[in-house]
Design a protein around this ligand. Sequence first.
Ligand SMILES: *[C@@H]1O[C@H](CO)[C@@H](O)[C@H](O)[C@H]1NC(C)=O
Ligand SMILES: *[C@@H]1O[C@H](CO)[C@@H](O)[C@H](O)[C@H]1NC(C)=O
Ligand SMILES: *[C@@H]1O[C@H](CO)[C@@H](O)[C@H](O)[C@H]1NC(C)=O
Ligand SMILES: *[C@@H]1O[C@H](CO)[C@@H](O)[C@H](O)[C@H]1NC(C)=O
Length: 414
Amino acid sequence: MIPRFIFSYQIFLALALLVGQGLALPTGDAHNQDLISLLTKRDTGSKFILMGFSVARNSDSEQPTDPLVSLNGAVSSPIDNKLYHYNIDLEVGSNKQKITVDVDTGSSDFWVVATDATCQKGRKCKAQGTYNASQSNTSKDLNQPFLLGYIDGSTTSGTYYLDDITLPGGITAKQAQFANANTTSSPFAILGIGLKSLEAPILAGGTQTYDNFPWVLKNQGFINKAAYSLFLSSPSAESGTLLFGGIDNAKFEGPLYKLSGAFPSRLGVKLDSIAVDGGVTDSSTGFVFDSGYSYSSWPKATADAIGSALQGSSQSGNSWLADCTQPNKTITLNFGNGAKQIRVPYSSFIAPEQKSTGTCSTTIGYSVDGNYDNLPTFGDDVLRSFYVVYDIEENSLQIAQAVYTSQSDVTAIE
Ligand SMILES: *[C@@H]1O[C@H](CO)[C@@H](O)[C@H](O)[C@H]1NC(C)=O
Ligand SMILES: *[C@@H]1O[C@H](CO)[C@@H](O)[C@H](O)[C@H]1NC(C)=O
Ligand SMILES: *[C@@H]1O[C@H](CO)[C@@H](O)[C@H](O)[C@H]1NC(C)=O
Ligand SMILES: *[C@@H]1O[C@H](CO)[C@@H](O)[C@H](O)[C@H]1NC(C)=O
């Protein structure tokens, strides 16, 4: 019972925020002109919170130290390259303790590292900020234990707290519930924004959920619905956007297509088939949409259809190798019995790890039937091609083909 999530490395600062009913106040390091121009537009009458996040990559990393653990059979080689990582800067408590968190749609708990925490596995878990509850006069210890394991084998434990959380730009969510971790083997804190049914107490066998961060924003009237849009942007982009309570109509083509969630506790929908090079492979299974996962896992037939289509490909144990440079071609993912197609470039599946001249690993892994920890999953490699609106209130997703633009046209989700 482990949320799938792969750790990469820290970096960069997160950026800025735009509040529908308020003012736009870029904070921190906004190196990126695209993001700045994005922040110039807003929809003043409505309720949404638009946050730019910075994208960190291994090549930009100041600490390219920890090799990542491979998934159970999903990727046979160590994943030690070019993982993407979405950072947002938050301020916790009355005295605004600065903490950078990684946004994850694949888990549902928000947790921070305690100032006196023990970092395990030699990881520098405090490099992105820590929380000292006794310095905040708005902190409340709920005296409820928190324990969460991730699929890469790391674990985090601590205690649930309530405290005020200030988002970049100044909106403060009062008395939000999060975990204060006193032991972790993760190198950074996580803002899990998935379904309540995946919260740690439920995974531990409990029955009581709590209002996680998107719900807190809704309860306090900042947004109309516990829903958000995630735009990862192009593989080379330095930033993307997390938009609580809103949809950025400039960032996708065609209409959004709504699908019911395929799982009771994980965010994801059913894929019907894939089209590759004129052939169609039936898939008809649910895929988890997980921004905390860099690669993708597929049923074997689907994975092999993609792998064998890549230029210069060969099978290697549980995965595929292929030429590092691919032709300008796409595969097509079919949803809703042909109602919605999403194109994914061949190049999306190429991992940067070069095996020998001209050959690279691919990001394509195998899922395992019935294995909760290894469900078919779209990670960043595939999700970059999507614009996705996640509704955690009704467990549905709206999807469309992403358009990589700095234009912005935001409307609130009603
Ligand atoms: C709580 O702390 C904040 C800053 O940390 C301070 O401004 C405020 O006066 C304090 N309030 C009380 C009631 O002590
Ligand atoms: C946390 O803050 C309290 C009050 O300022 C201080 O006494 C304590 O030493 C701090 N803990 C750590 C680990 O820094
Ligand atoms: C960490 O928190 C847990 C849960 O509250 C507690 O049992 C444990 O003693 C704490 N460990 C440390 C080192 O503070
Ligand atoms: C790739 O192909 C598409 C459609 O055929 C075309 O619009 C696009 O410009 C091509 N891109 C490159 C980099 O050649």
